[in-house]
Structure formats: C-alpha cells, structure tokens
Write a protein that binds this ligand. Sequence first.
Ligand code: MN
Length: 255
Amino acid sequence: MRILLSNDDGFQAPGLIALYERLRSFADVTVIAPEHNNSAKSNSLTLNAPLYVHDAAHGPVAGFKYINGTPADCVHLALTGLLGFRPDMVVSGINNGANMGDDTIYSGTVGAAMEGFLFGIPAVAFSQVKKGWGELDAAAERAAQTVRELSAGLRPGQDPFLVNVNIPNLPAAALKRTLVTRLGRRHAAEKVFRQENPRGETMYWIGGAGVAKDGGEGTDFHATDAGHVSLTPLNVDLTQHSGLVAWRERTGLWA
Ligand code: MN
C-alpha cells in the first residue's frame, strides 16, 4: 500500500513525524509537506509564485520533501508529477488542534486531504482535539489503525471517500472507540485583536474560533467530549440540494 502523507503544520511538526513512524510499519509512505505552518489555508493553491521542492536530510524528517507552499500545493504537485505514481490513499496530519464543525472549511489539514479526494483518491485528515501534542503517541497509534482499517475496505474502481478524524488527547487505554459523526457548528469567532506596533501603526489579529454552538448528540464535538474518536465523512459538493425546488418556485424564472 502506497500512502502520500502531508499536513498543514509544516514538515517538522511532531504530529506528522509521529504518524509517519506508525504508517511506515505497514505502508510505503512518501511525505510531502509545507515548509512552514499553513494552518487555515484551506484548499488554497499558489498560482502567483514559483514553488520549490527540497529534501530534508537530517534527523527524524530525513527523506521528507518540503515545499514553500500550501498543503493543497503539496498534494497537487505530488499528484501531478512529483510522485510518478498514484498513491492508494492521501493522509493528512496529525494536526495540532481540532478540526471540527466549521473548522473543516478553513482547515489546511482537511484541505490537503480534500485535494487528494478531488483527484479521485481516498483521503483522511487527522487532528488532535487539543493543541500541544499531549498524548500524541496514542493519537498516532489510533490514526494508523484507522488507516489500516480504511485501507482494508479499498476496492479498485470504487468511489473515493474523504473522512475527517478528530482524536481526543487521551492515553491509549482511555481513548474510546471511533464513532461516525456529523459536523457540529461553532459560534461566530471571537473579536478581532487590535494592537499597536513599535511605529505606532494599528495592527489586527484574527480572533480565536468560537465555542461549539451545535455540539449535540451525533456531532464531532459531542463524541470527542465523551472521549470517543470522531470520524466524519465529508462532501465537497456545496450545492444546497434541498433548496433546488424552492429556488425554482421562488420566481418561476429559472426553472
Ligand atoms: Mn494546523
């Protein structure tokens, strides 16, 4: 089994290294990841600047390729020429922090996986619920197990899938079974942060993400709060299918 592994925290992130170490025990893993942190870059592609690919030579990242671009750039380049083969699965993560509810729209971790999915390849995004890499070993073990289980069901020619997995920061023994969930919703983000720089100019920082607004039963928030690993199958089609009839009836103009 051949896996393309990427992330959005950058090629030196502990979550990427930990997952690589687990996956390589049963798969042929190629790592192509951003040079720097690219969190919240979604599916962004770099069209106005050249991209450079470098090989990491030393330490635990030796053999990783890194690119001065976004997560989606990494997967896009890999699948359009860099790899030279079609991987069986695109895996992204493990991310430093949750990607639940509305986060998935902004997430570079999900963006990397989604790029694989758009190329017709099964793809998985992994995130730890809390930042800081607490209990990373347990998360990497569960993530690798999830990849193994998903890959066991792969059949040639079947429709690809895109799944989003969030793992609570718990020791392996406390980590409960995986539940298939829907995305919850967050409240709107916190207020913008205003500061003055040393030259007296006002600068702004985007505020933190809001707390869960819909964290009800069946959601990713609810499952991970209870210590379960959450697995949400994602769609990319943004069409509001349930609204098509109403929009046609609304005016009668566009039927
Ligand atoms: Mn990130």
